[in-house]
Design a protein around this ligand. Structure first.
Ligand code: SAM
Length: 339
């Protein structure tokens, strides 16, 4: 018998203490439960599922902790789906454009200036599409996402469609000159991405056209204790949810399995620095990251077994920590040309 100390947020239901691979122990302020090991393993979706009531079971979105989330446990994007998140996503896109020196790395600028067809798969709040559509007014931009959080005001050369990539993309073969995807690998089941999505991306790209995948490359380096703690919980839970949280080399390997159809360029990598020491860009990167973590506060509190207030304090300390140790993390862009 092992004594497990629990401090589950009050809003959460009682879980089955039956799952195997938690490795997480809870500090207690309230109850102490004696159970047989193995211990209860929290899931990222628990807090969202826990606010479900019979009367909102059929609703697409639910409110939890003052934020709005998609009510669909098959979608592995745990960020909120509300106007605060739209603003954060636009800020992030602006900062990342600065870090990379542009919205894309594939050699498509001439094509875009002459008039190309472009698809953003899992476009989220449409920040990339909106910015690109303004930069290239004679090109046509399509954004698709399962969560319809699309901007109301967008350039007339852009359009948004709600669709689930896992059911296939609703376009004929060889439709787009440029197909891009940003932070979707980290929001989707890795097996499904590998087995379904990659084939669809190749299918809808025109021969000679480009695919660009942007996502998380490596875990944070040179990070302080709080950063490491937050990140290790998140990464462990992403893996449990079937997500590949650092997919750079795996994405390259997957496309290389279709060598008869595509040419894969060496991966491009950028380091993102966090905090004041890295100047205004470091401050801006830290700001949108903290806002993303705050957006997932109910989820973090749940998987870490702490209260939302304790998690908020952790973020305040994390910000201070970033002023002392300039932690950094790495993102990649993989560029693939269809033969
Ligand atoms: C982390 S967000 C990135 C959004 C945007 N690309 C960006 O960089 O800001 C991941 C996006 O993938 C979308 N997504 C996840 N699963 C999806 C699916 N099966 N079909 C379509 N979109 C999906 C989510 O709704 C979310 O908007």
């Amino acid at each position: 018998m092992e004594k497990i100390r629990t401090n589950k947020p009050a809003s959460l239901k009682t879980f089955n203490i039956s799952d195997t691979d938690s490795g997480i122990s809870y500090e207690s302020t309230e109850d102490e439960t004696e159970v047989n090991t193995p211990t209860y393993s929290p899931s990222l979706m628990d807090p969202i599922e826990n606010v479900m009531k019979p009367e909102n079971l059929l609703e697409k979105f639910v409110e939890a902790g003052g934020r709005r989330y998609l009510n669909d446990n098959t979608v592995k994007c745990f960020l909120p789906a509300d106007q605060e998140e739209v603003k954060r996503a636009h800020d992030q896109n602006y900062v990342e454009k600065t870090i990379w020196g542009g919205n894309y790395s594939a050699p498509v600028s001439e094509n875009l200036s002459l008039g190309a067809s472009v698809l953003d798969v899992g476009c989220g709040a449409g920040a990339w599409i909106t910015d690109m559509a303004l930069d290239y007014p004679v090109s046509v931009f399509v954004g698709i996402d399962i969560i319809p959080l699309f901007p109301e005001n967008h350039p007339s050369n852009s359009v948004f469609l709600k669709c689930n990539i896992l059911n296939g993309l609703p376009f004929p073969d060889n439709t787009f000159d440029f197909v891009r995807q940003g932070y979707v690998v980290i929001s989707i089941d890795w097996q499904a991405w590998k087995e379904k999505v990659v084939k669809e991306l190749i299918r809808i790209t025109k021969p000679g056209g480009y695919i660009e995948i942007m996502d998380v490359y490596r875990d944070p380096t040179n990070s302080g204790i709080i950063c490491q703690k937050i990140d290790s919980y998140l990464m462990e839970n992403f893996r449990k949810a079937g997500i590949n949280p650092a997919s750079g080399t795996d994405v390259i390997k997957t496309f290389n399995e279709f060598k008869d159809k595509v040419i894969v360029a060496p991966i491009e990598e950028r380091t993102y620095y966090f905090g004041k020491k890295a100047g205004r860009i470091g401050e801006a990167t830290l700001k949108y990251t903290l806002e993303a973590y705050r957006g997932m506060k109910i989820i973090f509190a749940h998987i870490m077994g702490i209260t939302e207030e304790e998690f908020e304090q952790m973020l305040i300390d994390y910000e201070k920590e970033c002023d002392e140790v300039m932690s950094h993390r790495s993102r990649y862009r993989a560029i693939i040309q269809k033969r």
